[in-house]
Design a binder for this molecule. Structure first.
Ligand code: G3H
Ligand code: 13P
Ligand code: ZN
Length: 330
């Protein structure tokens, strides 16, 4: 058993309190490898932002649990070396069992998500309460979820949204003791959130998807005032990355993500954690494809992973300063 405190990490409690009071959201960026982790830390140090390093169960299998623990410790030390002691959370994304959450706590995670959102309500409550009881003994914070997002997570595909029912949130939070709650208001996982035919054209000729259900968010806030809310599936699918990928040999279908203005609006509410993974995947892939196309003789991985890391850092800095507003909040 290793405590996250020994690794220099923090849990999410104070970060969320400050984010709600300050009307911004803490970035939760997913990572699987060293370059992604470096880019996240570099961007957060450069902008003086707190950060949640987020690991899915697939990422944990990919990277290895022991390596992850040292990478997280490395992240806290790397941030200091870069000149800023920013708060860093190591968070399990979409934990699907008590055993996985327990194992993550034992391996140094400071926060876990137990995602029982696809279970019947009472089972979701029971599972989340069990995880909270265990995690809180170690001062590890817990995120629960009510409502199901459309899209893909860890190979599980949900065709349609099941929006969060505001009538359930108070009871869920009270019975489980979770520290934050992910809700479903129209965001979805992956790069293909909306097809162009689901969107309308605005005056600048940009495709605009159906708006998020801010009415549900407001109703949730009314029922659990000041309680930390989490937004998953918040990538915006920057068109320039899709274009670059397709220009240099990729084959991505047309796709539309969540407009950044909507995320900015959400960040000013009780939404205090915003999850972004797909945009990072697109940024990395676009940068790597461009190198491969322009320099086909290149075979030193540093020559394509380096530019991918630089592009990721740029993307994260943009999200922090122009979307989430977490710059200078470390
Ligand atoms: O919500 C899911 C995250 O984007 C993680 O994706 O399970 O493919 O690592 P993954
Ligand atoms: P995106 O696929 O929109 O980046 O969402 C990521 C996410 O919610 C991770 O939990
Ligand atoms: Zn998610």
């Amino acid at each position: 058993m290793v405590s996250y405190k020994e690794l220099g990490l923090v849990n999410s409690r104070d970060l969320f309190k400050k984010a709600i009071a300050g009307k911004y959201a803490v970035p939760a960026f997913n990572f699987n490898n060293m370059e992604q982790m470096q880019a996240i830390v570099q961007a957060c140090v450069a902008t003086n932002s707190p950060v949640i390093l987020q690991v899915s169960s697939g990422a944990r299998k990919y990277a290895n649990q022991t390596l992850l623990r040292y990478m997280a410790q490395g992240a806290t030390e790397y941030a200091k070396e870069l000149g800023a002691n920013i708060p860093i959370v190591l968070h399990l994304d979409h934990g699907d069992s008590f055993e996985l959450c327990k194992s993550c706590v034992e391996y140094g995670f400071s926060s876990v998500m137990i995602d029982g959102s696809a279970l019947p309500y009472e089972q979701n409550v029971e599972l989340a309460a069990k995880v909270v009881e265990y995690a809180h003994k170690y001062d590890v914070t817990v995120e629960g979820e009510l409502g199901v997002l459309a899209g893909i997570e860890d190979d599980v595909q949900h065709e349609h949204h099941t929006y969060t029912q505001p009538e359930e949130v108070e009871d869920f939070v009270k019975k489980t003791g979770v520290d934050s709650l992910a809700i479903s208001i129209g965001t979805s996982h992956g790069a293909f959130k909306f097809k162009p035919e689901q969107c309308t054209l605005n005056a600048e000729g940009k495709l605009v998807p159906p708006p998020l259900r801010f009415d549900i968010l407001q109703e949730v806030e009314k029922r659990i005032p000041g309680f930390p809310i989490v937004l998953h599936g918040a990538s915006s699918v920057p068109q320039q990355y899709v274009d670059t990928i397709n220009q240099y040999g990729g084959k991505l279908d047309a796709a539309v993500g969540i407009p950044e203005e909507e995320l900015r609006k959400a960040a000013e509410s009780a939404v205090c954690k915003i999850n972004i993974d797909s945009d990072g995947r697109l940024a990395m892939t676009a940068a790597i494809r461009e190198v491969f196309a322009k320099k086909p003789a290149e075979f030193d991985p540093r020559k394509y992973l380096g530019p991918a890391r630089d592009e990721l850092q740029k993307l994260y800095m943009h999200k922090i300063t122009k979307v989430l507003g977490s710059d200078n909040k470390a």
